[in-house]
Design a binder for this molecule. Structure first.
Ligand code: PMP
Length: 382
């Protein structure tokens, strides 16, 4: 129930990547046959990832080490490249910390950032994005879908706004790619961030789509790998895994998503029967694998620990924010009070999730919630 933070590597993916750890270990820049094989596999994987997102030219895919790096490359790289045109960037108030903190750093270095608010379901309004554009706007960054609340944004409408005004459009597709159809051409996307682990591949690999003709200033300098955009010997096993995961997603995403939607809705419909329980995020414009809630009068952390004792791994929100103990900025941006945001529970499904798992959750959560409420002074005073 915590696929959002890490998911098992698909068996077929594992089989594809294994030989590149010990048998085919060539560096993709080497001239010998082992190196040439690595280079071939690298280019095959690039083509598969390009196909997954509708990118016409595989050369527009740059492999990185993770989604965080891809977001940094897109935002810093575009800001540096276009800084002579202007210093204004538009984003939303619910982006992942890898976008938020990169933009905060750019603000410290002379850029101005507008954070577009979201509605109670976590949706961004394309009109509000349009209204925020000034003559100095050089970049718009909006996530495709939010992994914490599942809400899917109207990306193609926002993309239209950006392309009409000729402003570069970055989309963090980490939570969406491989789960819902993403098409960089139809959605007018100039940069798209992907993570391998989120599409069934291994941790340690990500990718950034950079539309042909758009340029960024890279920050990883060295031997000029990845068309000079990201130097460093390529992680061939990780990239092969990402390519294989993309191939599988292309073939199986539609059926798998339907299966996950059924499981997701079973969780949602059942957990909402518990009193003072609310869905967070949009009910239908929602990732197939995401069921997120908030429970009044209790803390999400207590629910997680009790679920863990029953063999269920779940989360309160983004795994990346747990260190701060702050309530989720996403839930606060949706208008929740701090005490409301503290009662959050995030369940994310994946390939190995079964109806049995889901039924175990449906039985366990209400039991835990009522036990915790019995101990809650807030509940007895309600
Ligand atoms: N963007 C989004 C939308 C995410 O959900 C995540 C976390 N999975 C990231 C970026 C960062 O991913 P990573 O920690 O793998 O770099």
């Amino acid at each position: 129930m915590d696929y959002g933070s890490a998911s098992p590597v698909e068996k077929r993916v594992l089989e594809a990547m294994m030989p590149f750890f010990d048998t085919d270990v060539g560096n993709a820049s080497s001239l010998h046959s082992s190196g040439r094989k690595a280079k071939r596999e690298l280019e095959n994987a690039r083509a598969s990832v390009a196909k997954l997102i509708g990118a016409p030219n595989p050369k527009s895919i740059i492999f990185t080490s993770c989604a965080t790096e891809s977001n940094n490359l897109a935002l810093r790289g575009a800001a540096m490249r276009y800084k002579d045109k202007g210093n204004h960037i538009i984003t939303t108030s619910i982006e992942h910390m890898s976008v938020m903190n990169t933009l905060k750093d750019l603000e410290r270095n002379g850029f101005e950032v507008t954070y577009i608010p979201v509605d109670k379901d976590g949706l961004v309004s394309p009109q509000q994005v349009k209204n925020a554009i000034t003559e100095k706007t050089i970049l718009i960054s909006v996530m495709y879908a939010n992994g914490e609340i599942g809400t899917i944004q109207p990306i193609s409408e926002i993309g239209e706004v950006a392309s009409e005004k000729k402003i570069v459009f970055h989309v963090d597709g980490t939570a969406a790619c491989g789960k819902i159809p993403v098409d960089v051409e139809k959605d007018h996307i100039d940069f798209l961030t992907l993570s391998s682990n989120d599409i069934g591949g291994a941790k340690g690999t990500g990718a950034l789509y950079i539309k042909q003709g758009i340029r960024v200033i890279p920050f990883m300098l060295g031997g000029g790998q990845e068309f000079g955009m990201r130097s460093g010997s390529e992680n061939i096993p990780g990239i092969v895994a990402m390519g294989k995961a993309a191939e599988i997603a292309i073939k199986e995403m539609t059926d798998e998503s339907l299966r996950l939607v059924r499981l997701r809705d079973r969780i949602i419909d059942n957990l909402l029967k518990t009193e003072y329980t609310y869905l967070t995020g949009h009910r239908t414009k929602r990732l197939p694998n995401n069921a997120s809630f908030r429970f009044s009068f209790i803390e999400g952390e207590s629910i997680i620990l009790q679920l863990n004792d029953l063999g269920i791994t779940a989360s309160t929100g983004s795994a990346c924010s747990t260190k701060t103990l702050q309530p989720s900025h996403v839930l606060i941006a949706m208008g929740l009070r701090h005490e409301e945001a503290h009662g959050s529970l995030l369940l994310t499904l994946g390939r190995a999730s079964t109806q049995e798992d889901v039924d175990h959750v449906i039985e366990s959560v209400p039991m835990i919630v009522s036990k915790l409420r019995e101990l809650s002074p807030l509940y007895s005073r309600k």
